[in-house]
Write a protein that binds this ligand. Sequence first.
Ligand SMILES: O=C(O)CCC(=O)C(=O)O
Length: 244
Amino acid sequence: MEKQLERLKPFTSKEVEQYNENGFVLIKNGCSHDLIDAFNSHIHSIRSASEMPDWAAVKDENRFKVRVFNPHLHDGFALQMMKLPVVSGALAQLMGDEAVGVQSMYFYKEPGAKGQAAHQDYFYIRNHPNTMVAGYIAMEDIDEENGCLWVIPGSHKLGLLKHVAVKNKNEHEAGTDETEGVDLSREIPVKMKKGDILFFHNLLIHSSTRNRSENRWRKSYVCHYIRHDSEIERDDLKKKISLS
Ligand SMILES: O=C(O)CCC(=O)C(=O)O
């Protein structure tokens, strides 16, 4: 297939079937390394500025730690990274219609940082009809050592599960919620190379572990998308970003 078409329709019908079956699917090498490097440098420079813009501001000691929340609402580069043609093409295939962006997060996950306990994104972001998909771009190589995602294949078919307070606060960030009543030993790691893009259903049970590396960050850019005719309940995420 020609490159242009590959970007607009990156999945084979078998991969779309795999997504429907497993609740996730990966595009290898979906984003070029030079674009990833440029975006990492861009976010780094925003957090390095002597006066950080309000939307990215954190305490001095957290400049390269705390995630940047919703940069797409303030920053043109973050917006374009949400709208990558390969992403909008992939989402159109998975949703069967056009997607819009609703949330973005740039994660640093520095060495030693805790992960997130097992959860379903729908628990935090209710949308009707439920069409939400996450697009997770690896901003560097991601594996078990630096705190990759773990998922339970097929768990998106279980519906919304009960969430309770996080149990292992040594491994996972406190203040978030954790699914209950599911055998988490069924989780498998999703290793990604820099530039890979993972798409996952908002009912898929997923978690991440602590970054156990000595000196490797685990940066990722994670955006959430809904079908254009879905609606988000939360007031802070109601703005729909066209991907065209
Ligand atoms: O990347 C991580 O460590 C967790 C991300 C996550 O769980 C999410 O975006 O829903």
